[in-house]
Design a protein around this ligand. Structure first.
Ligand code: NAP
Length: 270
């Protein structure tokens, strides 16, 4: 019997994580099965408990449950504690271990796969939900010079910025455009409904990278707005998805798969 894992979210049908983990399993020879689990919006803990009781070994957690996953874990990796959000749960005999691999996944995709340095850069992070919370510690760890969090609900951005202190600051969408950024990251779920947060030209520094955490056609509204605002480098979040998955695989299986062939395969299959 393969060890069973799943990605839990709502919605979750769009997730490509099962294909990625199947590729990792083939590459490493690990005997695992990985499926999607749609949890009711008020039934995350119940869905996870049922999967665990049925023999599941761990889950990835996607929107909107990363905060709940953080609270459900009985032990936490330092980066998940800092983020107050978890995207990876491992069911251990003595409890549930929670980790957050979104941050390392994003930083590795930007710096290694895309070759864009983050150290010393001015970064705009749009969104203040689970994904944004998850990547702040890793962006700070990568040495960004300034990190501004902009969110539709400004209070959420302010609360996230307060938790970290300088060089993190917060603003609402109406303040965007007053300050240029070298790297602009969309961590909102607006793309899932075909929308994009506002991105005025004044926010985009010459040569800037615009990065959307969603991938494929869902990233188009933001990336098109970024192109119009002057961004010359554009990337969707497929690389981050593969990199965070590799880091989760390491948490579960103790082995880090080679991401390059898996990412190339997914891009070719589009
Ligand atoms: P979440 O916790 O539900 O947070 C959603 C965020 O999006 C909030 O900041 C929310 O603002 C904002 N938002 C939603 N609709 C909006 C709209 N129409 N205009 C402007 N802002 C809007 O979700 P999450 O877990 O942070 O995930 C966010 C996105 O990142 C998802 O699409 C997810 O698929 C993606 N993601 C990708 C990866 C990857 O590996 N590539 C990893 C993690 C997440 P309010 O606070 O104002 O509601």
């Amino acid at each position: 019997m393969p060890d069973r894992y799943a990605v839990v979210g709502n919605p979750v049908a769009h997730s490509r994580s099962p294909a990625i983990h199947a590729a990792f399993a083939r590459q490493t020879g690990e005997d695992i099965e990985y499926t999607r689990l749609l949890a009711p919006l008020d039934g995350f803990a119940r869905t996870v408990a049922e999967f665990r009781d049925a023999g599941g070994k761990g889950v990835n957690v996607t929107l909107p449950f990363k905060g709940e996953a953080f609270r459900l874990a009985t032990t936490l990796a330092a980066r998940a504690r800092l983020a107050e959000a978890a995207n990876t749960l491992r069911f251990d005999p003595d409890g549930v271990y929670g980790d957050n691999t979104d941050g390392p996944g994003l930083v590795r995709d930007v710096t290694v796969n895309l070759g864009v340095a983050l150290a010393g850069r001015r970064v705009l992070l749009i969104g203040a939900g689970g994904a944004a919370s998850g990547v702040v510690p890793a962006l700070l760890g990568a040495g960004v010079a300034r990190l501004v969090i902009a969110n539709r609900t400004e209070d959420r951005a302010a609360a996230l910025a307060r938790r970290h202190g300088a060089p993190v600051a917060a603003c609402g969408f109406d303040a965007l455009g007053d300050e240029p950024f070298d790297v602009l990251i969309n961590a909102t779920s607006a793309g899932l409904s075909g929308a994009a947060p506002p991105l005025p030209a004044g926010a985009v520094a010459p040569g800037a990278l615009a990065y959307d955490m969603v991938y494929g056609p869902l990233a188009e509204p933001f990336l098109a707005a970024a192109r119009r605002a002057g961004a010359t480098r554009l990337a969707d979040g497929l690389g981050m998805l593969v990199e965070q998955a590799a880091e989760s695989f390491l948490v579960w299986r103790g082995i880090r798969p080679d991401t390059a062939p898996v990412l190339a395969g997914l891009r070719a299959a589009r």
